[in-house]
Design a protein around this ligand. Structure first.
Ligand code: PHE
Length: 418
């Protein structure tokens, strides 16, 4: 219980949203007045919260006690090779909570979020959930981004009867864990179809190679769908090669792929690996574009891939170029708070938090079963990354966009609907 009561002695207003886009865990991480001191012997089995915030609290207020605050948890990769995933998601979540708190909160209380950094590792994600449920006693958990990490968290949320909403994990197995597990993004059977269709029909490609990450549920799932759909559409998969997350030399696989003369290489990985793959592909003389999924979405991709990634295509959840008022008003608010262009993780973090807030407002009480039932009712919810109606498997059905990587900015190419 120590973490819970201590953590909530937060000075209102001491934790404003930053004015700049943070590329590292916020300066308040672990340093804010009321953040609990790390427990002795902090280790993998005992993660330390990176942050606890009551976004949108008036400045100069008094201390907050347990009973004034509804505590949510977030688990994300704030460090490691997928750091931008967790950071952007956290920024989106905090923006949503700030707005909700300024509009009166939930049932007369402020909503706070305690954030744990899992360093992008499934074991750490699972440990963080144990801590959030048994020690911090959160009402609901937001996260993770990477499907393998969400898969490590979901069974614990299910058995603990604490609803979990993943903003952005697209592997179908995540929500299949049970009726406490929800998502606000489309799923990979659709996303894999989108890129197969785009490659075959828009780009008129007939020969594709695949380079998959054996350690990622996301990458394996997308590989399976893309391969099946592209073949069904009359295309040919000329080579499938594999790597494991953390590898840094992809030349052997790329050399094997080059021999098969593909029109494109599908690389359903995360941005750090993709950036290196792109450079090494060009180095050995491959000119074919790379194709990918939402895992490419990071401002770091431009830095890591340089000119080697420019011209390649990936499927994603939204485009900041979408002129719709919903997207443009989110962009304006996000820029004012953080000073950057929100990626789809930020948009989906914002959407997940808003769905959670709406459900808690609707629920008769804040027990796990009541919040769960309210989330399951989500219908026509106006998300930034599309309208959210959850089906009986707790997944929304939404269109995807195809973006082309430019230098320092992606270009919107197409919207593909289910
Ligand atoms: N969909 C990815 C997964 O399930 C995560 C992701 C979502 C990454 C959106 C970037 C953008 O693993």
């Amino acid at each position: 219980m120590r973490g819970y009561s201590v953590a909530l002695i937060l000075t209102l207003g001491s934790l404003p949203l930053g004015c700049e886009k943070r590329s590292e865990p916020g300066p308040s991480a672990g340093a804010s007045g009321g953040t609990p001191t790390p427990p002795p012997g902090t280790s993998a089995s005992s993660p330390t919260p990176a942050d606890t915030k009551v976004p949108g609290s008036p400045s100069g207020g008094a201390a907050v006690s347990d009973s004034d605050v509804i505590l949510l948890g977030e688990v994300g990769s704030l460090t490691g090779s997928e750091a931008t995933f967790g950071i952007s998601t956290r920024d989106g979540i905090e923006l949503a909570l700030k707005e909700a708190n300024q509009a009166g909160g939930v049932k007369g209380k402020k909503v706070a979020v305690r954030v744990y950094d899992d360093q992008g590792k499934p074991e750490e994600a699972a440990n963080a959930v144990t801590r959030l449920i048994s020690q911090d006693r959160v009402k609901l958990i937001l996260g993770e981004v990477a499907s393998s990490n969400s898969l490590a968290m979901a069974p614990k949320c299910q058995s603990g009867q604490v609803p979990m909403i993943t903003p952005s994990s697209t592997n179908p197995k995540v929500t299949a864990v049970g009726d406490y597990i929800f998502r606000v993004c489309f799923i990979d059977p659709f996303q894999g179809f989108v890129m197969a269709k785009f490659a075959k029909e828009n780009l008129k490609f007939t020969r594709a190679a695949v380079l998959k990450d054996l350690k990622s549920a996301y990458s394996l799932g997308l590989t399976e769908v893309f391969t099946r759909k592209f073949t069904e559409m009359g295309g040919k998969i000329v080579a499938t090669e594999a790597y494991s997350k953390g590898d840094s030399d992809f030349r052997a696989q790329l050399t094997a792929i080059k021999g098969h003369k593909p029109d494109a290489i599908y690389v359903p990985g995360y941005y750090t690996d993709v950036g290196i793959v792109a450079r090494q592909a060009r180095e050995i003389g491959i000119k074919a574009p790379l194709l990918g999924g939402d895992g490419w979405d990071s401002e770091k991709l431009w830095e890591l891939g340089g000119s080697a990634i420019v011209g390649s295509y990936f499927s994603n959840h939204y485009s900041p170029d979408d002129p719709s008022p919903r997207v443009q008003s989110f962009l304006t608010k996000y820029k004012a708070a953080y000073g950057g262009i929100p990626d789809s993780l930020a948009a989906l973090g914002y959407d997940a938090a808003n769905v959670a807030i709406h459900a808690m407002q609707q629920a008769p009480d804040l027990s796990g079963p009541s919040i769960r039932a309210a989330i399951a009712q989500t219908k026509d919810f106006p998300g930034v990354a599309g309208t959210i109606t959850l089906d009986e498997n707790r997944n929304p059905v939404k269109p995807a966009v195809v973006l082309q990587v430019g230098s320092g900015k992606n270009k919107y190419i197409a919207t593909i609907s289910p």
